[in-house]
Design a protein around this ligand. Structure first.
Ligand code: HAM
Length: 422
């Protein structure tokens, strides 16, 4: 086959028929779980103001410093959104959603964009589903968010997962902790990887997130944030743990868990899977009590998570979890001759109006080619339409599953197809 002139950019992936159906099953499940948790869907634009993302996600993060797809057009600076939280917060502020009263529970499903180096489980356009609770400082909200995330994996039967839980504290405890990390790493800074040496200046907590082999020994001996948490933050974490215990949701405490986005305060969590390889995070999130105010809104505590749909699909595949059936065609009209084609084209409508999927050949191919297509499309019934059938008004209806045939007039065919014999 000739090399095509145009293909997708690296890290941008087509989702073709055959796979799309799995996505639809997943999306339907996500929406149904959201319904049972009473989260409402929010849909925001894919293009956002660059300033929103830079400020929201944080200037020192990888996402903002090197992974944004951004461009200017006239006066405006656009960015393809790299995540959904900043957008949800922008919408919350822009439309004064706090005035609706109580806390707002929203969820979203959609494409996100990060110019990362593509590999298995890491794309430049990928899809997240996520949820946010805006307006509650209570540890119950943290547990509700984690329960929402955990329920999907439970319902799908995705095992081999670990929920890691930590608190990144409030700004004061975090500053004290960052200072302790600088003091700890500084004498051996030359042993750290290049990227970690840079992070020692910009954000030493991200060193804990490093996967570079040369960093691991030093990381193991690093101070843990637990010893720097304020009493309030420590208490909040204990309460989240208790709520999770009551729900029977298993977790491991990981005092070295840090997240790649700047907005977190207190609770941080990540769900990892051993079925994913290098990119092992199925999902993650945490509390971001200061972000709404930071972006110009009223002081609003909030907590949320997001999870990657591609990674969910990889985990399902690794565990042989089937997502739905291949769709099948109910009836294929096999035609012979011009009159038959006209008749068949007209009669697709009553079949479709009755809720059946119905198709015919659209390019005057031979009957043999049509029968082959019917087979390929996993067709339940074929209806043979030729000159003789048009004259007698009796058509051959073939049951492809049981290899039986009968001759029927059209109204009876419709009845037979809508109410097949047991
Ligand atoms: P995040 O950890 O950056 O958090 O992303 C969440 C999930 O999105 C990851 O665990 C992973 O499954 C998926 N993901 C991220 N990048 C890629 C990629 N390049 N290719 C494939 N999948 C990817 C957030 O985005 C936060 N907004 C979560 C949050 C919501 N925190 C509070 N509320």
């Amino acid at each position: 086959m000739a090399t095509p002139s145009y293909t997708t950019h690296a890290g941008m992936v087509d989702i073709l028929p055959g796979d799309v159906e799995k996505w639809q099953v997943l999306e339907a499940l996500i929406r149904d779980i959201a319904r049972t948790f009473h989260f409402r869907e929010i849909r925001t634009p894919i293009l956002e103001p660059t300033g929103l993302i830079a400020r929201g996600v944080g200037g020192t993060t990888d996402i903002v410093s090197k992974e944004l797809f951004a461009f200017d057009r006239g006066e405006d600076a656009y960015v393809l959104r790299p995540e959904g939280t900043a957008s949800a917060v922008r919408a919350y502020i822009q439309h004064s959603l706090h005035q609706r009263g109580g806390s707002q529970k929203v969820f979203y499903i959609g494409p996100m964009f990060r110019a990362e180096r593509p590999q298995k489980g890491r794309q430049r356009q990928f899809h997240q589903f996520g949820a946010e609770i805006l307006g509650s400082p209570d540890p119950l909200a943290d547990a509700e968010i984690i329960a929402f995330m955990a329920t999907l994996y439970q319902k799908l039967g995705i095992t081999n997962t670990t929920l890691r839980l930590n608190s990144v504290g409030d700004p004061a405890s975090r500053e004290a902790y960052k200072a302790a990390l600088r003091t700890y790493f500084a004498p051996n800074a030359n042993l750290l990887s290049d990227i970690s040496q840079k992070r020692l200046e910009t954000n030493p907590m991200r060193i804990l997130d490093s996967k570079e082999p040369e960093d691991q020994v030093l990381i193991e001996g690093a101070p843990v944030i637990t010893n720097y948490l304020s009493e309030d933050s420590a208490k909040h974490l204990r309460q989240v743990q208790k709520h999770l215990d009551r729900l029977g949701i298993e977790y491991v405490d990981d005092p070295r868990l840090v997240r790649g986005l700047d907005y977190y305060t207190r609770t941080a969590f990540e769900l990892t899977s051993t079925d994913l390889g290098g990119q092992d995070a199925l999902g993650g999130g945490g509390r971001y009590d200061l972000l709404v105010e930071e972006l110009g809104g009223p002081a609003t505590p909030a907590v949320g998570f997001a999870a990657g749909i591609e990674r969910l699909l990889i985990a399902c595949q690794a565990l042989n979890i089937r997502l739905g059936e291949e769709p099948r065609l109910d009836v294929y009209l096999v035609t012979y001759g011009d009159e038959a084609r006209k008749w068949a084209f007209r009669h697709l409508k009553p079949l479709r109006d009755a809720g059946l999927s119905a198709a015919m050949d659209l390019s005057a191919r031979s009957m043999k080619a049509q029968m082959k297509e019917a087979d390929r499309e996993n067709t339940r019934w074929t209806l043979i339409v030729g000159d003789e059938e048009l004259q007698t008004g009796l058509f051959t209806l073939r049951d492809m599953e049981h290899s039986t045939e009968e001759k029927l007039a059209f109204p009876d065919i419709l009845l037979r197809l809508v109410m097949p014999r047991p």
